[in-house]
Design a protein around this ligand. Sequence first.
Ligand code: 5AD
Ligand code: SF4
Length: 470
Amino acid sequence: MLMPHLAEAKKRTKNKVMIKKYEIKDEFKKLGLGKTYFIKTYGCQMNVHDSENIKAILEQMGFKEVSSMDQADLVLLNTCAIRENAHNKVFGMIGRLKHMKEEKPNIITGICGCMAQEEVVVNEILDKYRFLDIVFGTHNINELPMILAKAMHQNKIEVDVKTIEGDIIENMPVKRDSKYKAWVNIMYGCDKFCTYCIVPYTRGKQRSRRFEDIINEVESLKKDGYKEVTLLGQNVNAYGKDLGLDYDMSDLLEGVANTGIERVRFVTSHPWDFTDKMIEVIGKYPNIMPYIHLPLQSGSDRILKLMGRKYTKESYLELFDKIKKTVPNASITTDIIVGFPGETEEDFLETLDVVNRCKYDSAFTFIFSPREGTPAAKMKDDTPLSVKEERLHRLNETVNKYALEANQKYLGKVVSVLLENVSEKDEGMLAGYTDTMKLVNVKAPKDMLGKIVDVKITDVKTWSMDGEIA
Ligand code: 5AD
Ligand code: SF4
């Protein structure tokens, strides 16, 4: 049993990050033969991509994917710890797994991902949910074959969570959800320690992948017919800083753009490390998509300071204007937290003021959720939930107004869309995203899937648009 430790997770080691190659031992390759698996994924794109790796590992072991939990011999929950509601959803699902296990005692059940990295969560599992078979974390996905083998040979829960980040593992197998667009990790972990955020504890210290490994992955994706890559990291702008070399995110963006892949995206940017050179590179290369997710979190300098965000309202607005000036067609979206401990009406009005000035293309908005072990969870918070909810409501009304306005500018225009899947609502429609990350439903035959096409926008709503092939 290897348990996560909160106090250790807060520390940053000086350990040199080693780069290792993934390997699976032959003895594990037949363990899953004749068995099926189902993974439910919560949280961000990082987790979605981790699940793609987990799926491929399971398939190397002989397991086959099924589309519903009830048919599966192995059920894994890849969890998210970012807010209380993600946490609660997972515990709800664990309750469901318990019933399944009672009916079918031979199924294997487990949790992984960010919640598995939390000491409180694993303690609760050991206390109340010992029926689970495996718990493993974000740092040892590559050890899954061994962990599963152990669990399959014993009659008790196998907890295997490393607190201190592991090495960078190259050559991980991957079963991608899409044939047209791919997630590419460029870095792991985060060293920013925003006071509300649990990620630096669940994902460990910042570790950048080597430049050449990233470029090789993008080149091989291009060869395989992929049209779009999204470079992934908790804070991509800080790419390379931990390597102590003389290249940074702007060089990486340039390198990836020069592979000639048709579309390059990246998430998430922290306003702190957004350099002028990065903005220039985004403006210069037509295959770097004019879409930037730029989390604001708050518009109040006082709250930003308490959050540990290292920028002010003014410097954020300056950066925003610089991006819009160099990349005029850029669509910019954001994340905002309301009800941070001590947030007053005046503080909140500063946030609304930034939204009114930036007129974001869209925004993800949240009520502050205290996370065990983070500094903000200990701050005095005397704003009633009803006040926070009312602020969220006002914020959402403002955000939605600008989202619709931003979309209205597209009416009648011709835009390029990567057609990715069949629309959920209508079989005769394909859905995809513009370069600026607007969701468009297009009347088009299925053989156009995977193509980047010109689409004339015929109708706009707040969260999507309709169009026809131009
Ligand atoms: N409470 C509420 N929202 C949070 N986020 C991160 N941590 C918390 C928290 N404790 C939000 C931030 C971040 C997004 C991914 O989730 O806005 O940008
Ligand atoms: Fe959730 Fe953050 Fe973990 Fe992503 S990195 S799954 S958002 S806690």
